[in-house]
Design a protein around this ligand. Structure first.
Ligand SMILES: [Zn+2]
Length: 149
């Protein structure tokens, strides 16, 4: 079976793509972290909530500027159990990196998962909550980790 190759000639307006779009999302996200809040943006047309929140909706391709504070609980989306270092040597204390989906949002955050004793018992869909560092500084590290609840 051969695959058809289609050539579509057109002109792309690359001025619409600017790094500022994503840096605005990160700036807003980090600003919220300092106050132990998770801020995103919600599309007024389709209702999609992004965290971190870009200034445009990736579904509707329209500008969005409605800032929303989202829940600090959600579900475990996916995870990886880290049992070895980069050279393949087993590590003494395995740890889990994960993606979570906070309640009411439509995007994912990454972090470290704690609150488990046997990684074999960790399952996708388990409830999690955000755990903050005691002192926040307006940095990505202010969100210490996600905790199973
Ligand atoms: Zn939208």
């Amino acid at each position: 079976m051969t695959q058809e190759t289609r050539i579509i000639e057109n002109t792309w307006d690359l001025t619409a793509y600017q790094w500022k779009i994503e840096s605005d999302a990160l700036d807003l996200y980090v600003k919220g972290l300092k106050d132990k809040k998770i801020l995103g943006r919600k599309c007024h047309k389709c209702g999609t909530v992004y965290v971190p929140g870009p200034t445009y909706c990736r579904k509707c391709f329209i500008d969005i500027d409605k800032v929303v504070e989202v829940a600090q609980e959600g579900v475990l989306d996916a995870f990886t159990v880290n049992i070895a270092d980069v050279k393949g040597n087993l590590i003494e204390h395995p740890y889990i990196t994960c993606t979570v989906k906070l309640d009411g949002t439509h995007s994912f955050l990454m972090g470290i998962l704690e609150g488990w004793t046997d990684w074999r018992s960790v399952k996708e869909g388990m409830r999690i909550k955000v755990v903050w560092k005691d002192v926040t500084q307006g940095a990505l590290a202010d969100l210490s980790h996600f905790q199973l609840i």
